[in-house]
Design a protein around this ligand. Sequence first.
Ligand code: CUA
Length: 166
Amino acid sequence: MNYASSSYLISYCLPDPFEVLYLMDEINNPHLTVKALRHQLYRTYEYTDYQDLSFDSTYIPTQYLSTGQYRLLETDHRMVIPMHSPIRVLIASDDVLHSWAVPALGVKTDAMPGRLNQAAFIAVRPGVYFGQCSEICGANHSFMPIVVEAVPLDHFENWSSLMLDA
Ligand code: CUA
């Protein structure tokens, strides 16, 4: 078989990569939906499956960091999610273009004013996942960390009931 016919075979048998991208973008039956709304100084997380579970999250200034906390990566409130569950994040902004980017979860989605973007992921192991804004958005661009904490389901249920009581 010559080179031309083998490359024809490969391109004929493989699915269209754009079609695969669009198929992967579809989000089916997420177990939990979290809306991340970016403001210039903080981010609001709304757990829309619950009636009243939302909180603001912002970076911790250097002088308030505890030992072991990462400067400009830690937040005062982490986004807690159950591991092994399909999570949908709805991402928007109320001022300028930002981004919700957590590389270890494979998510990097722009937060745009006037548009609701969505992203999906599953955290396959427990842990703390760090991310940052990845659109140059202004003077505070370096101060917009994202922290996702993936925990076992029963821990998540404890956390959510504590947050609802608070
Ligand atoms: Cu927000 Cu860069």
